[in-house]
Design a binder for this molecule. Structure first.
Ligand code: ZN
Length: 234
């Protein structure tokens, strides 16, 4: 292998490393789909639970209001027994009437609130029931994914070992040039020649340069600055 071929080989192993790295961080489609469903259901349950908490607070507030109204009513009813004339009787009666109406309003509101609480609780219970199944599915898929990662990690270790070996076999100058381009060009330091164009940027490579590439010289593409490589036709 000449240096150019060694660089091409290095690029291939580095591309493999990048692909394995991605596999470690990216959820596989099957798990990602279950994970999405799982998270959506969890968010919905959290939302329902928050609604229930809020409704509970509102109901307790109504309870307090009802008690106060009941006390007021008891007081007015007591006053009713002590009225001395028609005018006082009318006034007391009016207060009792207002207090009774208020009390009735609060009772109706509390009943409506209890209906809302029941509906939310039923929805949450149904969701929790179906979530148990989803959780089991999620755990299975997650376990399988994690299991498959052992294999990926071991492949990654081997690929990294091959990178080290390939690098050790390349003279420092070309290796530094390769690494500089590799970092600047998002992990792709080399480009394959397709006909007379760079496969990465479609820039035309001069015929003189193509001959040099075939000879094994390190030539960079004038378009994307990557090292041009030509696969052997023989
Ligand atoms: Zn190019």
């Amino acid at each position: 292998m000449n240096v150019l071929e060694k660089l091409w080989n290095l690029q291939k192993v580095l591309t493999e490393v990048a692909a394995l790295d991605r596999r470690l961080s990216v959820k596989p489609d099957h798990f990602a789909e279950i994970d999405r469903k799982y998270e959506t259901a969890k968010a919905e349950m959290d939302r329902l639970q928050a609604t229930l908490d809020q409704l509970g607070r509102e109901r307790r507030k109504l309870d307090g209001d009802l008690q106060m109204e009941q006390e007021a009513l008891t007081k007015y009813e007591g006053q009713m027994k002590m009225v001395k004339n028609q005018q006082q009787y009318s006034a007391a009666w009016k207060e009792i009437d207002i207090a009774r109406k208020k009390k009735k309003e609060i009772e109706d509101a509390e009943l409506a609130k209890m209906g809302e609480i029941e509906a939310a609780q039923n929805a949450l219970d149904a969701l929790k029931e179906s979530h148990a199944e989803l959780t089991a599915e999620w755990e299975l898929a997650h376990g399988e994914w994690q299991e498959s990662l052992h294999e990926v990690r071991s492949e990654l270790d081997k690929a990294k070992q091959r990178v080290a070996e390939a690098e050790a076999d390349i003279p420092p100058g070309p290796l530094r040039q390769f690494q500089r381009i590799f970092e600047q060009r998002h992990g792709i330091a080399m480009s394959l020649l397709e006909g007379d164009s760079c496969s990465n940027c479609r820039f035309k490579v001069r015929s003189q340069a193509i001959l040099q590439v075939h000879r094994g010289d390190i030539i960079t593409c004038e378009g994307c600055r990557r090292i041009v490589y030509a696969e052997k036709t023989s």
